[in-house]
Write a protein that binds this ligand. Structure first.
Ligand code: AMP
Length: 114
């Protein structure tokens, strides 16, 4: 999508601090980290949010979730643990309208989720 910042990162038009990449997904460090480790995992295909997941695009979602443990191992956060978050829409405070999974780690995260 033309005006999507994450599509521009995928295209290499905007730089990112890349952690993992394959033909279907990209993982990079969040520009405004909310934990010592704050990664974003995104599909290369533009999906608007978790609310736009369908039978047709579900393969890449499965790929994201089978790759996250590998990324976690690479980052050394598997043992101590991490949190996966995705936001949708206004009440979910989604600011970038391209599906992304936040991976937060590196400290004991707050108990309160909202
Ligand atoms: P959300 O609020 O769930 O839509 O999350 C969007 C996330 O994208 C925020 O945590 C931002 O800090 C992050 N973000 C926005 N632009 C960039 C960028 N150019 N590089 C890395 N992270 C970004």
């Amino acid at each position: 999508m033309n005006d999507c910042i994450f599509c521009k990162i995928i295209a290499g038009d905007i730089p990112s601090n890349k952690v993992y990449e394959d033909d279907k997904i990209l993982c990079f460090r969040d520009i405004a980290p909310m934990a010592p480790v704050h990664l974003l995992v995104i599909p290369k295909v533009h999906i608007c949010s978790a609310d736009c997941i369908t039978e047709e695009n579900a393969d890449v979602i499965a790929h994201i979730f089978t790759t996250i443990p590998k990324i976690a191992k690479q980052e050394g956060i598997s043992e101590d643990g991490y949190r996966i978050i995705t936001n949708h829409g206004t009440n979910g405070r989604q600011s970038v309208k391209h599906l992304h999974f936040h991976i937060l780690a590196g400290k004991l995260l707050p108990e309160n989720m909202g």
